[in-house]
Design a binder for this molecule. Structure first.
Ligand SMILES: NC(=O)c1ccc[n+]([C@@H]2O[C@H](COP(=O)([O-])OP(=O)(O)OC[C@H]3O[C@@H](n4cnc5c(N)ncnc54)[C@H](O)[C@@H]3O)[C@@H](O)[C@H]2O)c1
Length: 277
């Protein structure tokens, strides 16, 4: 699709879902990829890590063994690319900075960051939103993306090339019923993305966001089916998107062809953002 041969990408939250699809698509396009996630299948403390993240999703995924961080890296190596699985908590800046420095040392450079790690299982109307989960969502979804962007920045600036790609959601633009923390962080991501687009423009660093509608990832398992049905009915295309639809947009934004595209929020949403009736 796009030729990314020779580029090195770091994808966060890549144990499954959109992050995993992004990592595989970037590798198919020629990238070497670091597949990073809080959850790594060989971790003997996996269940404790999932429990500590206070995420329903993480617990379900660990119980159901839907953690593919190392297997994704292996799959990428089988394509003939370099790949590494890294256990990384994006909320810890020190850990992120050390990981990024190690990646640059091992791979020689780091060109693409896909800020995909996220927690979005906190679904409750305002009076039932939990202050602890609100804080967790700010920490993972916003501070996590900020931490990773700041850690890669000096490397991208020094080489006068970088691609920052953020994951946002339609709820960040339109709001989401019962999704105060998720929609607020999705909106915040767009502000961070645009600010870094301005700061990076003179240094060869572009910064863009994919605004996803409803995409059929594993996280659908924890979404009540009637909620999925309602969202599908609001989508002009009357169907959820596939992770590959998002991954194709990520590859474009990472490409040389997108060199003059920055500060953009690109909907991959099947028209859920359009007026439908
Ligand atoms: N699937 C959708 O319909 C949809 C729609 C809009 C936006 N998004 C956004 O896209 C991203 C991925 O979506 P998904 O459906 O694949 O979600 P997902 O929950 O399946 O994947 C998120 C990944 O992030 C990881 N993660 C969580 N906390 C972390 C931390 N502190 N450090 C590192 N990794 C951590 C999880 O382990 C998981 O692998 C999320 O940011 C989500 O908000 C998804």
């Amino acid at each position: 699709m796009f030729d990314l041969t020779g580029r090195v990408a770091l994808v966060t939250g890549a144990s499954r879902g959109l992050g995993r699809a992004d990592a595989l698509a970037l590798a198919r396009a020629g990238c070497d990829v670091v597949v990073a996630d809080l959850l790594v299948e060989s971790d003997p403390n996996l269940e404790e890590v999932a429990a500590a993240s206070d995420s329903v999703m993480a617990r379900v995924m660990v119980t159901d063994r839907v953690v593919f961080t190392e297997r994704t890296a292996k799959q990428i190596r089988e394509m003939g690319r370099r790949a590494e699985a890294v256990q990384l908590d994006v909320t810890d800046f020190q850990v992120v900075r050390e990981a990024v420095d190690r990646i640059v040392e091992n791979f020689g450079h780091l060109d693409i960051l896909v800020n995909n790690a996220g927690a979005h299982d906190h679904v409750a109307q305002i009076m039932d939103q939990s202050p602890d989960l609100w804080e967790r969502d700010l920490r993972v979804n916003l501070t996590g993306a900020y931490n990773c962007s700041q850690a890669v920045w000096p490397h991208m600036r020094a080489q006068s090339f970088g691609r920052l790609i953020f994951m946002s959601s339609i709820t960040g633009v339109a709001g989401g019923f019962g999704q105060a923390s998720s929609s607020t962080t999705s909106a915040g991501i767009l502000g961070l993305m645009r600010s870094l687009a301005l700061e990076g423009a003179r240094h060869g660093i572009t910064s863009n966001a994919v605004v996803a509608g409803i995409i059929a990832t594993e996280s659908f398992r924890t979404t009540p089916p009637e909620m999925v049905d309602r969202m599908v009915l609001r989508t002009a295309m009357r169907a959820p998107g596939q992770p590959e639809d998002v991954a194709a947009a990520v590859c474009y934004l990472a490409s040389t062809e997108a060199a003059y595209v920055t500060g953009v929020q690109l909907p991959v949403a099947g028209g859920i953002d359009l007026f439908t009736f």
